[in-house]
Design a protein around this ligand. Sequence first.
Ligand code: NAP
Length: 286
Amino acid sequence: MITSKTSFIALIGNPVSHSLSPIMQNAALQYLGLDLIYIAIPCKDEDLELVLNSLKKINCKGLNITIPFKEKVFELCSEISPIANKLKAINTIKLNSKQEWSATNTDVEGFIYPLKSISFRKKQSLVLGSGGAARSVIQGLIDLNFSIISVVSRNEESLNKLIKNFENQIQIKGLLDNDNRTKNFIEEADLIVNTTPVGMKTSKNEVNILPYGDTFWRSLNSKTIVYDLIYNPAPTHLLKYSDKKGCITIDGSQMLVAQGMKSLSFWTNGLEVPFHIMNEALRKYL
Ligand code: NAP
């Protein structure tokens, strides 16, 4: 029950009305019996500093930060974890003992969660897309000990930037989507991760399409695990196609739940958060 002692955690971004975080976070908070609620607060660009400074003064126990503030919020935080610094993106903050914002990023842990029981030493992976999520995915693939990472993108500028960011840490190669060599990379990949929004349900998007078109996927074979970060729909057209080819498939809902689980653990100073409670709550809304 909400009482006069209840505190809150919030999601700050714009837009936030589509977010599923309140659904799964409130289910976990209730299960854990914490006197806390989770709400979504839409925020205009010009109000970010005012909103974050105001939240310091009231009973706010932490925040999730989403688009378009994941980079902008750096200047408002006084403590930043190594992983957030590395990714140049923040998705979770809380107040430290000096009442200053302390920040981290839980996307890498979220991405790894469904893969962590599999050994990928000396394995090859292929990442599709070169935006914000691709950065977390590549860091996750490095942490999982992949030996070769290739990235396919239609955007040469962001692709080059991304490769440059990681090239001193791992054998990483960038390819444009019309490069003929992509066929071989698909054939040899042990894991393919789609980080493009192709196949995602929105008011504008066509859902029954494959990233980079049907021809791109012809050499896909059953030894490859196909992981799509999209969670709506789950499975996507890509995952249905891959399943028919005999591949193991993973949809984005596990990553969504796991990054939320790690955020809640951060706000509550390490509390063990139940994955299945958050996952079941989410499933009802997908
Ligand atoms: P982003 O920064 O906008 O990056 C998207 C990437 O996909 C860019 O490289 C973009 O290329 C490319 N792309 C967009 N439309 C394309 C198309 N029609 N064909 C080929 N490439 C296309 O977005 P993001 O933050 O990385 O998110 C990407 C996806 O991951 C979204 O669907 C998001 O919902 C999902 N995601 C899921 C989770 C989760 O927890 N499951 C977490 C994060 C993200 P251009 O630069 O040329 O547009």
